[in-house]
Design a protein around this ligand. Structure first.
Ligand code: ZN
Length: 167
């Protein structure tokens, strides 16, 4: 039996282009357990998604992901707020194991001020991933930690640890 070769078919080519596939078979089938839906992606990029911390993945580099996106998170109830997290530090691990409700987001603008106080990046998270040579010994130096916290930008962090990978 001779199989029909569709690869030069115009309709097929247009379909492939509209799916963003450059080659035959270059696209993944959508799997709702592993891939975020368009709605979830929109939520992550706007108000964020509230979920149990146990649903988060810890990637090999110790950053955090929701399905196929790296995210940052805040504790949902505001307790332990004042800080947002980008990795599996001790605090985040504790939340993961006790199923705390957290809010995750991919927004790279800094999180909004709360009660007039700007929440800060968690230093333990930065030490966890070794961001810009930061380690658990150096973050104990108050002047160093304050400088890192002042200069930290989520945008720069996610350039080093892309929100979207391997697709
Ligand atoms: Zn942390």
């Amino acid at each position: 039996m001779k199989l029909i070769d569709f690869s030069n078919d115009l309709v097929w080519q247009q379909l492939r282009q509209s799916m963003g596939a450059t080659d035959d078979g270059a696209f993944d089938l959508y799997d709702p357990l592993r891939h975020l839906s368009h709605q979830e992606l929109r939520q992550l990029a706007s108000s964020g998604i509230a979920l149990a911390a146990s649903q988060l993945l810890v990637l090999k580099d110790r950053t955090l992901a929701l399905k196929n996106r790296r995210i940052w998170l805040l504790r949902e109830d505001g307790n332990g707020a004042g800080q947002w997290h980008v990795a599996a530090c001790d605090q985040v691990n504790q939340w993961r194991h006790s199923n705390q409700l957290v809010r995750v987001s991919t927004v790279t603008a800094m999180p909004p001020l709360k009660d007039g106080e700007a929440p800060k990046i968690c230093m333990a998270c930065l030490a966890e991933v070794g961001y810009q040579g930061i380690d658990s010994r150096r973050i104990r130096r108050v002047d160093f930690a304050e400088q890192v916290s002042r200069e930290f930008r989520l945008e720069a962090f996610f350039r080093e640890f892309p929100q979207q990978w391997g697709e």
